[in-house]
Design a protein around this ligand. Structure first.
Ligand code: SAM
Length: 211
């Protein structure tokens, strides 16, 4: 870990016992330890607070680490709908969200991210903030569908946009980095978006849907 990151974490990010226990819990269950890092959790928390978001859609629940950061920033009556296609991930996330006393703010959906978004569109649901952190191949579809599900001025956040350096290595023509290059182009050039890609974590994109 760089000295800068150590400094940021020690000064700006306080994890409580529940958040701090999640990585070990993932390891014990043989699940991938791919939750967002603590500074991204704090960044998501601040985005919710600053924007005043009340309804959030998260793609990629895993153990609920980012879900807890998002839900903790919500005002009374606010909700996070979080989607994962793995039953066992959702079950562990439910436990963690319950331990964090946030069950009333979180709704879990088990299913394919794109399919769940299509269902939410049919139900005419709308969201203030999206956090995209599921399979990389679907990112362009997630962005397009998030725009369709947006309230005016909504915020779209997408993680892993550098994909561990592979996005910048043009000799890597595999599907995931290719799809993420396409995602970055979409975020940068979509006529309905104003966006930036920040070099924290594995590269995090933040976009605002124009009014
Ligand atoms: N956001 C979580 C956090 O920071 O705590 C980490 C999410 S993890 C990087 C990605 C999750 O996406 C995994 O739990 C995986 O099961 C889920 N996933 C993968 N493909 C998916 C799909 N097609 N639809 C929904 N979820 C999917």
């Amino acid at each position: 870990m760089s000295k800068e990151l150590q400094y940021i974490r020690s000064l700006f990010v306080q994890e409580d016992a529940i958040l701090a226990s999640i990585e070990d819990g993932l390891e014990e269950r043989g699940m991938p330890r791919i939750s967002v890092p603590p500074e991204i959790g704090k960044f998501l928390y601040l985005l919710v607070k600053i924007s005043g978001a009340e309804k959030i859609l998260e793609l990629g629940t895993l153990a609920g680490y980012s879900t807890i950061w998002l839900a903790r920033a919500l005002p009374e009556g606010g909700t996070v709908v979080t989607v994962d296609n793995r039953q066992e991930h959702t079950a562990f996330a439910r436990e963690n969200v319950q331990r964090a006393n946030l069950s009333s703010k979180v709704s879990f959906q088990i299913g394919e991210g794109v399919k769940v978004m299509e269902q939410l569109l049919r139900e005419k649901q709308q969201f203030d903030l999206f956090f995209i952190d599921a399979d990389k191949l679907s990112y362009p579809q997630y962005i397009e569908k998030a725009i369709a599900l947006s309230k005016p001025g909504a915020i779209i956040v997408a993680d892993n946009l550098f994909f561990h350096g592979r996005v910048l290595d043009e000799s890597d023509q595999n599907d995931a980095p290719q799809r993420l290059r396409q995602t970055n182009q979409l975020l940068a050039k979509h006529p309905q978006l104003e966006s930036i890609l920040l070099p924290i974590g594995d590269g995090i994109g933040v976009a605002r849907v124009k009014d």
